[in-house]
Design a binder for this molecule. Structure first.
Ligand SMILES: Cc1ncc(COP(=O)(O)O)c(C=O)c1O
Length: 242
């Protein structure tokens, strides 16, 4: 596979990608595309910024190497975050950069805000080195996998009349496409009335107008909460749209 580029377009200097889980649509980049992207970056001397958020929460499909692992010419800047593994307000993430970028990046960070809180970093370092990190990820992957399965089952049972649920291989949310776009205003009203708050997919787009869809997070909710929320949503929709 090769990546075509119109001849008039200028070469990129940096390419930002989320290969484990595209946000918001949720696709995982195939191995063929990963290697083609690295070849492309090499051919135009560009860097790839690999935002690998959610790589820890992959439930199906073959294991895939990250771009950084496939790259042997130092074109990939890899980044991971604690926001999904632990919690977003911790505000800790990390970058694995090619040697030549380490010093410039440290300088940029120093001008931005010097550094992240030292006590939080030290606590996280102990969490990592004392073996809690891996066991935590394993436990959460199992929990989220169970919630994900349950969400799919309940959603398909209760709401497939109105939505097509997109099932990604990884991540902590689903995209549900609205089957009939004329239903969208009423769906928006029902969300406001019931307090069920999926985000409209359109909120992620500046110009392009995607087909109407909602994004539903599932990871923060127990089975009972998922069942209760989706049942409430479905019965409100049934009463308005039938
Ligand atoms: C595409 C993408 N990358 C990274 C993150 C994590 O960002 P941060 O580490 O700033 O919380 C998110 C959070 O939702 C995201 O959607």
């Amino acid at each position: 596979m090769t990546i075509a580029r119109p001849s008039k377009q200028r070469s990129p200097k940096i390419i930002y990608v989320t290969p484990s889980h595209q946000f918001p649509l949720g696709m995982t980049m195939s191995l063929a595309r990963r290697t083609a992207l690295i070849d492309f970056a090499r051919s135009c001397d560009a860097y790839i910024f690999e935002d690998d958020h959610n790589s820890e929460f992959r439930y199906t499909g073959p294991p895939l190497p990250c771009l950084q692992g496939l790259d042997n010419v130092g074109r990939v800047i890899y980044s991971g975050t604690m926001s999904k593994i632990l919690y977003p307000s911790l505000r800790l993430a990390y970058i694995l950069a090619p040697e030549q970028l380490v010093e410039p990046m440290i300088k940029i960070r120093a001008v931005m805000d010097q550094h992240s809180p030292a006590i939080d970093q030290a606590t996280l370092a102990r969490f990592l080195t004392e073996g809690f990190f891996l066991s935590h990820i394993k436990r959460m992957r199992k929990l989220y996998s169970d919630r994900r399965e349950f969400f799919i089952e309940q959603f398909s049972h209760l709401l497939s009349k109105y939505f097509i649920l997109e099932i990604p291989e990884a991540g902590l949310h689903f995209v549900a496409w609205v089957r009939q776009k004329e239903h969208m205003p009423m769906i928006t009203r029902v969300c406001a009335e019931t307090g069920i708050r999926p985000s409209p997919l359109s909120s992620c787009f500046m110009k392009a107008e995607p087909k109407p869809a909602l994004t539903f997070g599932f990871a923060a909710w127990s089975r009972a909460q998922i069942r209760e929320g989706l049942s409430k949503f479905a019965s409100a929709l049934n009463s308005k749209l039938n």
